[in-house]
Design a protein around this ligand. Structure first.
Ligand SMILES: Cc1ncc(COP(=O)(O)O)c(C=O)c1O
Length: 432
């Protein structure tokens, strides 16, 4: 450990929000990250929910090395062969008619592009997003984001509307308990219809509202959202940053739901840890957008390095059969957590899909008062004991661990994580 370097982190870096660990970090391999004291920590967030193949998977490092011998970056007007190959492969992975891709870098960017596509093809500008949603930190994406801090940056892009999220455990309209009857959606749409300027463009939604507390909408929700979009002449955008490419055990949430959006955005899991994102739509919408003058010309659009990585990620998910594995490991982890719930009254709810799991902490199971202190203390203790987990804490939404290990996680690693969690919960509860 280099104390001077740790001190320099305070002097040299801008703090960008979230809870940062006091330690610095050196390596990441598979499910393990190593800190500056040489401690090995189980990474149950897959980095920032990106490293679904585990960190530094050989297929990814080989793709990077090969790109060093061919091309890393090119003039944005030169389309690399690898980009076309990835576009063609994505069309095979996604439900029709989603077949035309634009390759960018971050999730925020992919949503900017999706919103622009929706705006230029509808002629409108109004956007509906769900409470608790997270679509990014850049202008348009941030305006449609309701899970992060919106204060302090002046007016957002006009025309963004929020509808209450379908959280059955903590119903935002205080109507349902445990079973969402979708009143939240009906009320939300009524409010939108009352407030609209008559210029609708898009409804954007995550298939599992992740940062908002791993909210899995009830069956039929997305069919209704699609009808709502169609009725209003809006484009439906699925933000599949976290849900695509195996985390739910399927290629996409759209395939699982049987609902195809007009536009899909893919990021985090497409690059497996490298900044690759995509905005995908139908040939018809792409044609219309192109004729209307659609542009999204960035420095790193269509970069060959990232396309090579994307090809390696998709190939590995198929070859290593990581989609069925995510289901098996998700069931195994959920069982371990349910056993913990038997012993810890503070675990109020366990929910999720595949290997995207939320655990909500409460002071008592009936009143469901959020147990924020326990969330903070236990997360800290887990880290000391060798497990990194992400806690989502908001006064209005409770304290929820977001657990999403790489799809390559082993049962031994899951057992170790559950044991650490058990010890951390017991010790933290004793302290409070
Ligand atoms: C669902 C979802 N969409 C978009 C984003 C933004 O992606 P990025 O941070 O790569 O801009 C995030 C980031 O956490 C996300 O969770």
């Amino acid at each position: 450990m280099d104390p001077e370097l740790r001190a320099a982190a305070k002097d040299a870096l801008i703090r960008y929000g979230g809870d940062a660990f006091p330690n610095l970090f050196r390596t990441a391999k598979g499910t393990i990250v190593t800190d500056d004291e040489g401690r090995e920590i189980l990474d149950f967030t897959s980095g920032q929910m990106c490293a679904t193949l585990g960190h530094n998977h050989p297929a990814i490092t080989t793709a990077i090395k090969n790109s060093c011998d061919t091309a890393l970056h090119m003039f944005s007007g030169m389309i690399p062969e690898s980009v076309v190959k990835l576009g063609r492969l994505l069309a095979d992975w996604l439900p029709p008619p989603l077949q035309k891709s634009l390759f960018l870098n971050t999730g925020s960017e992919s949503n900017e592009a999706a919103l622009r596509l929706a705006k230029i093809t509808t002629g409108g500008y109004e956007v509906i997003a769900l409470g608790g949603s997270w679509h990014g930190t850049t202008g348009g994406s941030a305006a449609a984001t309701f899970a992060s801090d919106r204060r302090g940056y002046g007016p957002k892009i006009p025309g963004n509307h929020v509808i209450p999220e379908p959280n059955a455990y903590r119903c935002p309209i205080e109507h349902c308990r445990d079973t969402c009857d979708m009143s939240c959606l009906r009320v939300g749409l009524k409010m939108f219809d009352m407030a609209t300027d008559g210029e609708p463009a898009a409804i954007i939604a995550e298939p599992v509202v992740s940062a908002g507390g791993i909210i899995v909408p009830p069956e039929g929700y997305f069919d209704q959202l699609k009808s709502a979009a169609q009725d209003r002449g809006m484009k439906l955008i699925f933000d599949e940053a976290q849900t695509a490419f195996g985390r739910l055990g399927t290629a996409t949430a759209a395939a699982k739901l049987g609902v195809v959006p007009d536009i899909m955005t893919l990021s985090k899991t497409l690059g497996g840890g490298l900044p690759l994102s995509a905005t995908v739509t139908s040939a018809e919408i792409e044609e219309e957008a192109h004729h209307a003058g659609f542009t999204f010309y960035t420095s790193h659009v269509s970069d060959p390095l990232l396309a090579n990585v994307g090809l390696a990620v998709l190939d590995t998910i198929a070859r290593e059969e990581l989609m069925p594995r995510a289901i098996l490991m998700g069931e195994y982890l959920t069982k371990g957590l349910r056993d913990l719930q038997q012993r810890h009254e503070a675990i109020g709810d366990i929910r999720g899909d595949g290997l995207l799991i939320g655990v909500e902490l409460v002071k008592d199971r009936h009143a469901r008062e959020p147990f924020h202190d326990l969330g903070a203390l236990t997360t800290e203790r887990c880290f000391e004991l060798g497990l990194s987990m992400n806690i989502r804490r908001r006064p209005e939404r409770g304290s929820v661990w977001r657990i999403a290990p790489p799809l390559t996680v082993s049962t031994e690693e899951i057992d170790r994580a559950v044991t650490i969690l058990d010890q951390a919960l017991t010790e933290s509860l004793d302290k409070i």
